[in-house]
Structure formats: C-alpha cells, structure tokens
Design a protein around this ligand. Sequence first.
Ligand code: C5P
Length: 397
Amino acid sequence: MLADKRILLIIGGGIAAFKSLDLIRRLRERGAHVTPVLTRAGSEFVTPLSVSALAGEKLYQDLFDLTAEAEMGHIELSRAADLVVVAPATADLMGKMAAGLANDLASTLLMATDKRVLIAPSMNVRMWEHPATQRNLATLKEDGVLCVGPTEGDMACGEFGYGRLAEPMDIVAAIDAALSDGPMKGKHVLVTSGPTHEPIDPVRYIANRSSGAQGTAIARALAALGADVTFVTGPADVAPPSNVRVVKVQTAAEMLDAVMAAPAADAAVFAAAVADWHVANAGPSKIKKDGNGLPELRFAENPDILATVSQLTKGRPKLVVGFAAETDDVIANATAKRLRKGCDWIVANDVSPATGIMGGAENDVTLITADGSEDWPRMGKDEVATRLAQQIADALL
Ligand code: C5P
C-alpha cells in the first residue's frame, strides 16, 4: 500500500524526534518516498544531515530558503505529497495548526496543503492533558486531521502518563490506513447524528436522549472504507470521529440548513434523533417565575430532514437511509415510515427502555428495504455501523 506513495514528514522539536529517523527508515523499506521537513526546534534534537541521509531526499527547513523556492515553492511542496505526517507533533505545532498560524515552513505547509494530515503528538503528560492542548486536538479533529497516539508510559522527563510518541510501526499503520483505497473512495456520504436542542428561551431547551453513538459509529465506519464524510451533528455526548468533516448544529432548522448546504452526496444516512417540534413562541429573554401562572409553550412542527432529502427532485443522493426508533410494532411502523418518507432503506430499532438501546452500547436492528426486511442479531453499535457501511458500499458499486 505504501509503495511509491509520497509522504511529507514534518519533524517537530521534541525529545521523541529521534524516533522519526526510525519512521523514515521503515517507510522507505516499504517503498514510500519521504520528503523531510525539520523545524528549527526539531533540529535541536536530530541533525539535518541524519534526516536527509536516511530519507535520501532534500531536507527542507526554511520558509525563505530561496533555492528551495526556485526549485519547488512551499505551496507545491505541500501538495506534491499523498499525505502530510507530523511526527512528533509538539504542543506548539498543534496550537499553530489549530489557530491557523503560518509563520514558519512547517506551519505554512500545513496551512497550504490540500492533502490529509496525520499527526503523532508527543509531549509531557501535563502538556498533553492541558485544556489548551485538548481544545486544539478537538479543533484539529473537527478539521479532519487524523491522529495516532500518544501512548502511555514513562517519559524522558521522568514523569509517567500519556504523551509518548506512538511507536514508529503504529505510525506506519496509521499512514497505511490513511492512504488505503477503500471501496468508498471517491464517494461522499452525509451523516446526521445526535439529538437536536430546541430553545424555549435563551437558557432552556427541549431535547431527547440520543447520545449520538450510533451516528458517530456509522460516520467512522464509512470513513474507514475511504468515504469522504460530512457529519452533521447536534449536541451529542460522544466526540465526533477524527477523519470526517464535522458540522455542529443545535436545532432541527440548523440541521436542515447544514444538510442542504453540504456538497452533493452519493449516499445519506439520517441517524439524528431530530426533535419533532420546536417552541414557536420561544422568547429572546429568560422566562421568569413572576407569579402570573405557568408559561404556555406553543409548538410548531420541525422540518422533516429525511423526507425533504428523500423527495428531492434534483440532487437526491442515490441511497437515502433513515432510522426508525420505535417502541411498538417496530417493523410495521418502520415499513410504513420508509414509504411515507420516501427513503430507500430504514434501519428500525426498538428503543423501549427495557432494551437499554437508547444511550447504550448495543443495538438490535432490522434493515428494511424495498425487497423486504433483514433482522440483524443484537450487536455493538460499532458492529451495526460496520455492517451498514459495508452494505452501503455494496449498494453504491
Ligand atoms: O419520523 P421519525 O422521527 O420517527 O423518523 C425518524 C427518521 O427520520 C430518522 O432517520 C431521523 O433522522 C429522520 N428525521 C429527520 N427530520 C425530522 C425527524 C426525523 O431527518 N424532523
């Protein structure tokens, strides 16, 4: 998989930089070409000569290296690669990436690239756990940056915890996965997930118990098959996957807007538990207990996003998949729902409290298509996602 792939390897300044030498060796053993970029701090830990000798390629260090600009500008350098890898990714580099700074060669390449970026963080455990680093990591994941490690263990600074650079072979595996051509490569899939929050006033809202676990697992499974995924999520309990385009919304109306604004999709999976109603008389200020009786909320119906997309006459995805969370007559209700909404498949599940499915780790689903229904055994939400993603891939062939 790695043969003849071009990796642009940015080596940040950390004690683990020496491991990047081993990484270069292992990548080259597998036939990859490594173009190394060494930050100024990185050159305090490994020498430019050892990096370029191992890579067998010119080493890039300075943004204003005029020879390099004459040979290959930084824009071209950032795009000639199949994948950009940052190892070790220091707290400083992650901060620059998250903030969009471009004040040296490494950060400029990371801003200019149109390729996927994989980071392998490495830093002191306190720095890793610092809210700023975790905030930056969340931002980078939202931007679609892939991440491998860090791992837990003894650190060069004498402390113990998370912050060790992933082992070179694990980084190689992550690079391999990032470059692999899955069956969904070139396909764009839209996934909605999570609950929606419908405001009553600026501090209160109406919501439901969806954790977002199933939708998140589906987005991750589709991305693992190589799909380009747009993940439109309400305020979920679980973090979005790392390698998808995340669009965060609060209300059903915002979810519809985000779905309609997304690029044309080959398939769409509507796993969100969209609130059926919003409060039509939601106020601009907090409702007070002023002794004048209880507030009266007037409800208005929310747009049905699944039905809207299923019934598009122009730009309808080839395959539209909805969910039917039911508590009674699951199959009959879900079968009727498939026809009413106009989607191709419905994933039906029983969300009666006794099943423990809502908010739990498992799901027990029946896939309903035009050809009938297929009862799947109870399994983990991740397994449901993998199986559904595979069936979507088969249907799009
Ligand atoms: O009608 P019901 O809410 O049971 O339909 C469930 C399916 O419809 C799910 O796929 C859900 O994501 C989708 N849906 C939607 N917009 C709504 C309500 C439901 O996309 N307003």
